[in-house]
Design a protein around this ligand. Structure first.
Ligand code: ZN
Length: 215
């Protein structure tokens, strides 16, 4: 049976994360009632996004150019690489303005349950990046190798979720990075800002106690 355009639209919308059939129908109506002001501009934005946005060949971030804006920004500290699972994590860290290094987006987490192995993630790319950054670099005559100066104080920050998959991915990445002369750190886990101890689960309190810092 041939699916009509309305059913097709609703089915496509229902496939978006967090939307079921009911919200998909509501959104379809909302769009159709605002054909000129919303639906058509949205369709054009989606088409443009699909053709112009690409994954950065160096770090996996999304941008309209590759290498991405962050990788091309010479004002950023190339001696610090923050490893995250998703592009949305780059956005989350960027929102804080507290990190001025670069990123590496794995593109997911290792998961035995979902059958995600290392080859599904950008781990090989990360190792190649480390190879280029941490291996001795010959300074070309008359020029300078940008990475040369970063070797002394190189740091990788694992900013992966505090979930089973997040932590096993962190463990795996850490193991693979051991052979490089770099400092590996991870985000602190513990009491959230504004959090009351009484409301936290035991695991959070234990981790916070174990990773306490000097007051
Ligand atoms: Zn990049």
């Amino acid at each position: 049976m041939n699916e009509g355009p309305l059913d097709h639209l609703i089915r496509m919308l229902a496939g978006l994360p967090g939307l079921g059939n009911r919200s998909a129908r509501r959104i379809a109506l909302h769009l159709l009632e605002r054909r000129e002001t919303l639906m058509q501009p949205l369709a054009r934005a989606m088409e443009r996004g699909a053709s112009e946005i690409c994954a950065c060949e160096a770090c996996g971030n999304l941008d309209s150019i590759s290498p991405c804006g962050i990788c091309r920004d010479h004002g950023r500290d190339s001696a610090k690489i923050c490893i995250v699972a998703q592009v949305s994590d780059v956005w989350a860290v960027e929102r804080t303005g507290a990190f001025r290094g670069r990123y590496h987006v794995l593109g997911g987490l290792l998961s035995a349950l979902d059958g995600v192995g290392p080859e599904e993630l950008r781990i090989d790319l990360l190792l190649r990046r480390m190879e280029a950054l941490c291996a001795p670099v010959a300074v070309p005559a008359g020029g300078f190798a940008e990475e040369e100066k970063v070797q002394q104080n190189f740091e990788v920050i694992l900013a992966l979720p505090a979930t089973v998959d997040g932590q096993s991915t962190a463990h795996y990445v850490c193991d693979r990075l051991r052979k490089y002369p770099l400092k590996i750190s991870r985000l602190a886990h513990g009491v959230p800002v504004g959090g009351e101890l009484d409301y936290l689960d035991d695991g959070t309190i234990v981790t916070a106690l174990n990773s306490r810092s000097a007051a």
